[in-house]
Design a binder for this molecule. Structure first.
Ligand SMILES: Cc1ncc(COP(=O)(O)O)c(C=O)c1O
Length: 426
C-alpha cells in the first residue's frame, strides 16, 4: 500500500533537468542570456515589446537599424502580392522534399532567374542560406579535400566545416598571404571558402586576390554573398580564370523572403541535388517564399532596384562619414566600443530615443571589440537616419568603425575545429 505522504513530496529533479538547469545558469552567469523581443512592424518602424529597454513597459515605437532587409523588399507591394498569389494557387506548404513530391513551377522559375542573375549555369534552392552552406561544405568537403576558411566566416560555414570529412584550416581574417602559404603546405583537393561581406564587420573580401590564390592552387572557390547587396561583384561567371566558383546566397536578406541558394556549374549543382542532405531530407521552401523572392529579384534587376541600391549607398555614405568608416561600402556598419557593458548601455541609450541598434559582444566578437552593429535599408527615411546620427553623436563615443573582429595578434593558420561563435548577443 502506498503511503499518502510520499505523494506530497516533490519528485527529485531528473538528471536531465539538472543538466539543463546548470547549462542555463552558465549562460546566465556569463551575462549572455537572451530571448527574442517582439517587434510588431512592417518595414523599419514599429512597436517593440518591453518599451525602451525596460521590462514591463508598454510596447513603444522604435525604428530598427537591426534588419538585413537592405532594400526593404519584404514590404514591397509587388513582392507581398506575389506571395499572396502563390498562396492562393499552391497553398501554404511545399509538402515534402522536392525529390519526393516534386517542385512547384515557381521553384524552377526562381532557380532559373537566380542562375541568370549570378551568370551561372544552374542554381538550386535550399530552405535557408544556413542549409546551403552546410550542403556545399559537406558535399564538396568530402574525404580527400581540404577546406581553407576565413576566421570571420559566418557560423553556417563554421558548422559546414565541422560536417566536412575534409581537413580544415582556418586562416587569419583576409590574410591571403597566410592562405597561400597554408595551401602550399597542405595536400588534398583544396576548397577556399569566404564571406564576400563579413556579417559583424561589414568589410569586404578581396575577390580578385581570392581568385588569384585559388587559380594558383586549383582550388574550388566558395563565396557566400549573403550581404553583398552593394557588391563586391565577381568579375566573371562561375568559372573565372580556370577557377570553379560556387556562389552561395540567401533569399532572406536583400530578397526579403526566406530560403537559400547555390549557383555554379551545372554538374556541381546537380551533385548537390543528389548528395546534399539538407536538400534531400528536408521540405522545400514554401511556394509563397519562392514567389516573393522571384518578385524581389525582378525588382533588384530592374531600374527600380538600381535606384534602391543607390539610395542605400547614399545612406551608407552618410553614416560611414559620421562613424569614421572608410574603404567599405556595405550596409553593415559597426561602431566599435570595446567593453561589453559600454556597448550594451550605448544600445540601451539609443533605444530610449526610439532607435533600435543591437549591441554585439563576445562570444560573437572577440573580447574588447564589443560594438553597435548598424544595418541600413534603402527604405529608412532621411529623418530616421538623421535621428540615428544625432543619437550616435550624443552618445559621445569615440567613434571608430571596424573591421575590429580579428582575434588577437597575427598567428599561424589553425587546423581543426573552430570555436563556437553564437549569434547576435544583445
Ligand atoms: C554570411 C551569412 N551567410 C549565411 C547566412 C544564413 O542565411 P539564412 O538567414 O538565409 O539562413 C547568414 C545569415 O545571417 C549570413 O550572415
Amino acid at each position: 500500500m502506498s503511503r499518502p505522504e510520499s505523494h506530497s513530496r516533490p519528485a527529485p529533479p531528473s538528471a536531465w533537468s539538472t543538466w539543463v538547469d546548470q547549462s542555463c545558469r552558465v549562460v546566465e552567469a556569463s551575462g549572455q542570456w537572451r530571448r527574442p523581443r517582439t517587434f510588431d512592424a512592417m518595414g523599419p518602424s514599429g512597436l517593440l515589446d518591453g518599451g525602451p529597454g525596460v521590462a514591463g513597459h508598454d510596447p513603444s515605437s522604435v525604428t530598427s537599424f537591426a534588419s538585413n532587409d537592405y532594400l526593404g523588399l519584404s514590404s514591397h507591394p509587388g513582392v507581398v502580392a506575389a506571395a499572396h498569389r502563390a498562396l492562393d494557387r499552391w497553398g501554404s506548404g511545399a509538402g515534402a522534399s522536392r525529390l519526393v513530391t516534386g517542385s512547384r513551377p515557381v521553384h524552377r522559375e526562381l532557380e532559373a532567374e537566380l542562375a541568370s542573375w549570378k551568370r551561372c549555369e544552374q542554381a538550386v534552392l535550399f530552405p535557408t542560406g544556413f542549409a546551403a552552406n552546410l550542403s556545399v561544405l559537406s558535399v564538396f568537403g568530402a574525404q580527400g579535400a581540404h577546406v581553407f576558411s576565413d576566421e570571420l566566416n559566418h557560423a553556417s560555414i563554421i558548422d559546414g566545416c565541422r560536417m566536412a570529412r575534409a581537413g580544415v584550416t582556418v586562416y587569419r581574417h583576409g590574410d591571403l598571404g597566410q592562405l597561400d602559404g597554408a595551401l602550399d603546405a597542405a595536400s588534398g583537393r583544396p576548397i577556399i571558402v569566404s564571406d564576400t561581406v563579413f556579417s559583424m564587420d561589414g568589410d569586404e573580401a578581396d575577390l580578385g586576390g581570392l581568385i588569384d590564390v585559388a587559380a594558383r592552387h586549383q582550388a574550388l572557390l566558395v563565396l557566400d554573398e549573403a550581404h553583398a547587396v552593394l557588391g563586391p561583384e565577381l568579375p566573371g561567371p562561375s568559372r573565372i580564370r580556370g577557377v570553379d566558383v560556387l556562389r552561395v546566397g540567401t533569399l532572406s536578406k536583400t530578397l526579403g523572403a526566406l530560403g537559400g541558394f547555390v549557383a555554379g556549374p551545372s554538374r556541381f549543382v546537380e551533385l548537390l541535388v543528389n548528395l546534399a542532405r539538407p536538400y534531400i531530407f528536408t521540405t522545400a521552401p514554401t511556394p509563397a517564399d519562392a514567389a516573393a523572392a522571384l518578385a524581389a529579384l525582378g525588382v533588384v534587376r530592374s531600374d527600380e532596384g538600381a535606384a534602391l541600391r543607390s539610395r542605400l549607398a547614399e545612406q551608407v555614405a552618410r553614416v560611414a562619414a559620421v562613424v569614421g568608416r572608410v574603404g567599405h561600402c556595405s550596409p553593415i556598419i559597426p561602431v566599435i566600443i570595446g567593453e561589453e557593458t559600454d556597448a550594451v548601455s550605448a544600445s540601451t541609450d539609443l533605444l530610449s530615443q526610439g532607435l533600435w541598434v543591437p549591441a554585439i559582444r563576445p562570444p560573437t566578437v572577440p573580447r574588447g571589440t564589443s560594438r553597435l552593429r548598424i544595418t541600413l535599408s534603402s527604405i529608412h527615411t532621411d529623418e530616421q537616419v538623421d535621428r540615428l546620427l544625432r543619437g550616435l553623436v550624443e552618445l559621445e563615443l569615440e567613434l571608430r568603425s571596424g573591421p575590429g573582429s580579428a582575434a588577437g595578434p597575427a598567428g599561424p593558420p589553425v587546423t581543426g575545429v573552430q570555436p563556437d561563435r553564437r549569434g547576435v548577443a544583445p
